[in-house]
Design a protein around this ligand. Structure first.
Ligand code: AMP
Length: 489
């Protein structure tokens, strides 16, 4: 199997864009999918974001569409030929960004449409004509109904993160969208799991697909230091602040299980003086993009988020991940903590286990095949305070209140980071450096068969019967599936 992009004989304009992005070798999903998609076959791929999946489908589709390339300004000469559907706005934006970069030396046009944004600028883009349309299902339907786009010349459809689209309840929307498309087309479906629902979706809409599965494992990176602390719900916030301070954590993801809990926690941490932002489905699109950007720029210390909002986001090497709530699905634990301990850094993953969570912790241990000690944590407030401020609550607040102290410590950590070195280094925790992450730091080399799997393969199948209770089905699922849809807690 070819591993180098040069062996694919992609057009020089695509090859140039890839070279500029610094890609040298293909990731496993790319090595398997690109040649198959180049042949025009349908594909059912088991791969997650972070595996190089976007290039795996976009490069061969762009290559195949080059025959339609033209410089005409007439919208009629630029009909939608490829449709890429994703569950969330952030993912759509991320994928569209990548497609734009791969196509930058071609005359193929691309754009993205998702909800939560004014439809007008999106309409204007669509009316100019685009060959590649990246979209979330709901907003795409709005545009179809408004007759802003015509899909009768679509040749390629990508259903990306298909399992998550079904979790969110997009099946009826998908069915409607697919009914508008020509029957004669290539369909690619990517999903982290091949649940019975996904298989049914595939058998309804894919023709004789080639199944591609990159080796997956539920292993967590050995560079991640994992702790499980027994913490009462009421103490979680204080313990979080204490660990942030004591461990000198400069940036972290804080995962919670519900949108409401996410907003509340972010607000109270902000009140505590920590630079915090929330990422969840009820935030406006603009707020979500700003939150992400601020975190990526290092202007925010804690990103409090839900699994749905954070899934697939291309943010690497976060020094620490907190499971403020233990995830309902053990697989989500692997996804969550996979955001730390990457790119050559050691990471810290801290999980708060309250009384009702012990079974969920046991599920995690079973999944990753590792036993953890449930550690006790001593809250500073319970320790006997000593020192000059120990003269009553008021004095503590004035002279060294928790918020002030948190802010001071984060400021000090940031200053020392700034003094230390480059932006990348500033994102690392204090732990010693370890061998580099293979995907991002050096060209891909296949692992020997049956051996330890690289980080980008640390994905896991999620049984359909155990969907997270915090995921809401937006609409009733008719026709195709008889099973009860998941509900949000
Ligand atoms: P994806 O899974 O498509 O979201 O890709 C995850 C990240 O990997 C993105 O930042 C890509 O730019 C990057 N990437 C994709 N393919 C390669 C490759 N062959 N070599 C290095 N980086 C890659």
């Amino acid at each position: 199997m070819s591993q180098s992009f040069s062996e694919l004989q992609l057009s020089p304009n695509l090859a140039r864009a890839i070279a500029e992005m610094g890609y040298e070798s293909m990731t496993p999903i790319q090595a398997q999918a690109i040649p198959v998609v180049l042949q025009g076959r349908d594909v059912m791929g088991a791969a997650q974001t972070g595996t190089g999946k976007t290039a795996a489908f976009s490069l061969p589709l762009l290559q195949r569409m080059l025959k339609h390339e033209n410089a005409s300004t007439s919208p009629a000469r630029h009909p939608v030929r490829a449709l890429v559907l994703l569950p969330t706005r952030e993912l759509a934006d991320q994928v569209a960004d990548q497609v734009k970069q791969y196509a930058k030396y071609t005359q193929l046009r691309s754009t993205v449409v998702f909800g939560g944004m004014d439809m007008k600028p999106q309409t204007a883009e669509l009316k100019k004509g685009v060959e590649v349309l990246v979209a979330t299902p709901g907003r795409l339907l709005d545009h179809i109904e408004a007759k802003n786009c015509v899909l009768n010349q679509v040749e390629y459809v990508v259903l990306d993160e298909a399992d998550r689209m079904l979790d969110i309840g997009f099946l009826p929307d998908l069915q409607r969208i697919l009914s508008y498309l020509p029957k004669n087309r290539t369909t690619l479906l990517f999903s982290a799991t091949f649940s019975p629902e996904i298989k049914r979706l595939a058998s309804s809409y894919l023709q004789d697909p080639i199944t591609i599965e990159v080796a997956r494992s539920n292993a967590t990176a050995s560079t991640v230091e994992q702790h499980f602390y027994r913490v009462d719900d009421d103490d979680k916030r204080a313990v979080l602040r204490q660990i942030v301070r004591e461990r000198g954590v400069t940036q972290a993801f804080v995962f919670v299980n519900s949108k409401l809990g996410c907003a509340r926690l972010a607000r109270s941490l902000e009140r505590d003086g920590l630079k915090t932002t929330a990422l969840h489905g009820d935030k406006s699109q603009d707020e979500r993009l700003k939150a992400l950007d601020a975190f990526k720029q290092g202007q925010v210390d804690l990103l409090v988020c839900t699994d749905v909002a954070a899934r697939g986001l291309d943010i690497k090497d976060v020094p620490a991940v907190f499971n403020f709530d233990i995830p309902f699905n053990a697989e989500d634990y692997v996804h969550r903590i996979g955001r730390t301990g990457r790119a050559g850094a050691s990471g810290l993953a801290v999980s708060f286990v309250s009384g009702k969570d012990t079974r969920l912790m046991a599920d995690i241990e079973k999944l990753i095949g590792k036993k953890f000690e449930l550690e006790a944590v001593e809250l500073e407030a319970d320790r006997k305070p000593t020192g000059r401020f120990n003269d009553g609550q008021r004095a503590w607040r004035e002279g060294g209140g928790e918020g002030d102290r948190d802010q001071r410590d984060i400021r000090a950590a940031r200053e020392s980071r700034t003094a230390r070195g480059s932006a990348e280094e500033r994102r690392q925790p204090r732990a010693p450096r370890v061998p580099a992450d293979p995907l991002f730091d050096r060209p891909y080399e296949p692992s020997p068969a049956g051996d330890a799997k690289p980080d980008w393969e640390a994905a896991s199948p999620k049984p359909a019967s155990r969907l997270s209770p915090n995921i809401k089905t937006r609409k009733k699922v008719p026709a195709l599936f008889k099973s009860t849809p998941p509900t949000e807690g």
